[in-house]
Design a binder for this molecule. Structure first.
Ligand code: SF4
Length: 713
């Protein structure tokens, strides 16, 4: 239960924010959200508590304009403080992470009546490695000296630029004008230079490094350890969930998590649990790794037996991968997506045998790399920069081998009876200059079991929130995909957007003659109708397929094409900037976009007063993983259309419609050029849970236009 003192603290915070933040209003939906978050966090768990039934987890769908970041952070800060827990807020993108760090957290720090500290948690590669930076700067300085004796032609402008950048970074770092954080640089450093100045876990010598005391990554990690609020991202949380020891984040049992944009968490979990490696690519780096081992053995005077062992394992591993590559090459059995999926995840004997040989040789190589790494770490304090350089070079191959072994572990593991199976396939990659290569790929068809075991069951408490968590009016799809469906005690809350949809927005379904299933006829009719639909200044036209988008763009009249910006012809940011500039000048502008424009694009006021969905955005099994997911559902006697396709389509459809109203003053119309919304039985399901639009279904044959209420959820 939330104590009286905690309630009073939350009230004080809200009062202080109303007084201190100009234009801040807390409306009923936000207050509802605050109450649910506080009640959930009051049920936070301790490490030794018995398994919970989800009382410690809140799932909140909060429509645009609710103010969900303050609606979650205020109660979470109060509850974490009073219950002695750490608070981690995680977002899906770096942009949103910046918004929390640069806007929301500082605003709260200034406004609420108690102090708190916050720190941003980022991956190791966002920081310079002090040891590598010092070595690179010394090398660049030496080169400047040597060049005095060489003709100017020996020095290219790219080399000069590289040296200038590295020396400048090292000087600023040494003079403490720069902390080593890449995101704090005023002038961006090109990736090819940055990759030589940073390192990863395998290439780092940790507390045995000569530069450990001024290492930017470990300094940042210390700040994260001491902060009351840690601002992270989903990738970091998911990585930490797998390798808790040594993670930058606090352990789940002492953490209250707030996941923003939680709708993307399940897909990200699958990505994290998946693995793939190229066959010919692996043979190439394996050969190169022997050079790195030889350099390490010679430079550090290590036993020659390490080189012999590495060579023997590399030969065995290379032979296994080569045999597999030749077998696949001879078969040439790929579908139109250039993939060969193993039905129900069952591997043929020739793949299994080759995989087992590769796995066994890879494990032997892993042991040799570990022995080498240990020997290098022992020498790190005395050998300084040389040990760091050798360790970093070896670390690259250690990382590659880890990935190769993860792939084969997933390929060969027996699917657990109580978990969703693993999809396994091989992809053909054709490169005109280098010939064909094959990618061995394995991915769990769902991350739900791992999320449940490693996160939900271990976390002290969790808030998951997003503007779109329901589909077809229920949370079912999200709960299933995220591994939350088994919890009976979850707190589910759906708070409406404070926008007045009924007065300010219409959803129009015109009297289309064509069925989108007949692609050519539908495209012709869309081309015919579009000029009449582009009446207002800012129009966003969303397509379900790139093919149809290009076809419509190619066929619309010249006048419309001149004011249309099509996705794929320029970077998305530039496209949005040009659109806004045209509207600001008082001109009309039309955006043609795909699904990625239906999410996360903010076009308030005149930037989007008309949204057109050309066709319902059906999710299609366009990857071996999606195909395997549907196959698994069907194999259990269930309908993949009802269980996957329809709810996923509902989410996409709703996300697109969410682009229309972005502020309380916005007004607009959404037009759907796909009549299946009203002619098919499942159309009603897609309409469930939509905001309260005024819905106008235009009559097909002279009948008066109907205004229909949305189906109740
Ligand atoms: S501790 Fe690791 S990351 Fe830090 S400077 Fe040393 S090698 Fe680089």
């Amino acid at each position: 239960m939330v104590t009286e003192d905690e309630k009073a603290q939350i009230r004080l915070c809200m009062d202080a924010m109303r007084e201190g933040i100009e234009g801040f209003h807390s409306r009923r939906p936000q207050l509802e959200m605050i109450a649910t978050v506080a009640t959930t966090l009051a049920a936070c768990r301790g490490e030794d508590d018995p398994p919970a039934d989800g009382e410690h987890i809140a799932v909140v769908e909060a429509g645009t304009g609710t103010g969900k970041s303050f609606g979650s952070l205020v109660p979470a800060l109060v509850m974490a403080r009073s219950r002695g827990r750490r608070l981690v807020v995680s977002s899906s993108t770096v942009a949103l992470q910046h918004q929390y760090a640069e806007k929301d957290a500082p605003t709260l720090q200034r406004s609420i009546p108690f102090g708190f500290t916050f720190a941003v948690a980022k991956g190791r590669r966002r920081y310079a490695c002090a040891a590598k930076l010092a070595a690179a700067a010394a090398e660049a300085g030496q080169r400047e000296v040597d060049l005095g004796d060489e003709p100017p032609a020996a020095d290219t402008s790219a080399d000069r630029r590289r040296r200038t950048i590295i020396i400048g970074l090292a000087e600023n770092f040494d003079a403490e004008r720069w902390s080593g954080d890449r995101d704090e640089l005023a002038m961006p450093v090109p990736d090819e230079i940055w990759s030589d100045l940073t390192t990863d876990r395998q290439g780092c010598s940790g507390n045995r490094c000569a530069e450990f005391a001024r290492c930017p990554f470990y300094a940042a990690r210390q700040r994260v350890k001491e902060a009351d609020l840690v601002i992270a991202n989903h990738d970091l949380v998911l990585s930490a969930m797998e390798v808790e020891a040594g993670s930058v984040l606090p352990s789940p049992s002492e953490t209250i998590y707030v996941f923003d944009e939680a709708h993307s968490l399940a897909a990200k979990a699958v990505e994290h649990l998946s693995a793939k490696h190229a066959l010919r690519g692996a043979q190439e780096w394996l050969r190169d790794s022997i050079e790195a081992v030889r350099d390490a053995v010679l430079a550090m005077r290590l036993p020659d037996s390490l080189l012999q062992e590495a060579r023997s394992s590399v030969e065995r591993l290379g032979a296994a991968l080569d045999g597999l590559r030749q077998h696949i090459h001879a078969l040439r059995a790929f579908d139109e997506r250039k993939a060969r999926r193993f039905k129900s995840g069952e591997l043929p004997t020739w793949v299994r045998d080759a995989g087992e040989s590769a796995q066994s040789a890879g494990r032997a190589l892993e042991k040799t790399f570990a022995a080498l790494r240990e020997a290098l770490l022992e020498r790190a304090p005395s050998e300084g920069a040389l040990a760091t350089r050798v360790l970093s070079s070896l670390g690259f191959y250690v990382g590659k081998l880890e990935n190769l072994l993860s792939t084969w572990d997933l390929m060969l593991v027996q699917d657990a009876a109580d978990e969703a199976p693993i999809a396994r396939w091989i992809e053909l990659h054709e490169d005109t200059s280098r010939g064909a290569d094959y990618l061995v790929c394995a991915a769990p068809i769902s991350g739900s079991d791992r999320l449940r075991k490693l996160l939900w069951n271990r976390a002290s408490a969790v808030v998951l929130m997003s503007a779109t968590l329901t589909s077809c009016g229920t949370f079912d799809l999200f709960l299933r995909q995220s591994g939350l469906a088994v919890f009976r005690g979850l707190r589910l809350l759906r708070v409406e957007s404070p926008f007045d949809y009924r007065s300010n927005a219409k959803l129009v379904i015109p009297a289309m003659r064509s069925d989108p299933a007949n692609a050519d006829a539908h495209t012709r009719e869309v081309v015919d109708r579009l000029p009449r639909l582009v009446r207002t200044r800012g129009t966003l036209v969303l397509f379900a397929s790139a093919k149809q988008m290009r076809a419509v763009y190619g066929q619309v009249d010249e006048g419309l094409r001149r004011i249309t910006l099509m996705q794929g012809t320029m970077p998305k940011m530039e496209m949005l900037a040009r659109h806004r500039a045209a509207i600001d000048r008082g001109d009309s502008s039309v955006l043609f976009g795909l699904q990625s424009m239906a999410e996360g694009v903010d076009l308030p006021r005149d930037y989007c007063t008309h949204l057109v969905w050309v066709k319902l955005p059906f999710s299609v099994p366009d990857s071996p993983l999606e195909e395997a997911r549907r196959e698994w559902v069907e194999s259990q006697g269930r309908s993949s259309f009802i269980e996957i396709t329809l709810p996923e389509t509902a989410v996409r459809f709703k996300q697109g419609l969410g682009r229309l109203l972005r502020t309380t003053e916005d007004q607009g119309t959404a037009t759907v050029l796909d009549r299946r919304l009203v002619t098919k039985r499942w159309g009603g399901l897609l309409m469930r849970g939509l905001p309260d639009f005024e819905v106008i279904v235009e009559p097909v044959r002279g009948a008066p236009a109907r205004q229909r209420p949305l189906p109740s959820t």
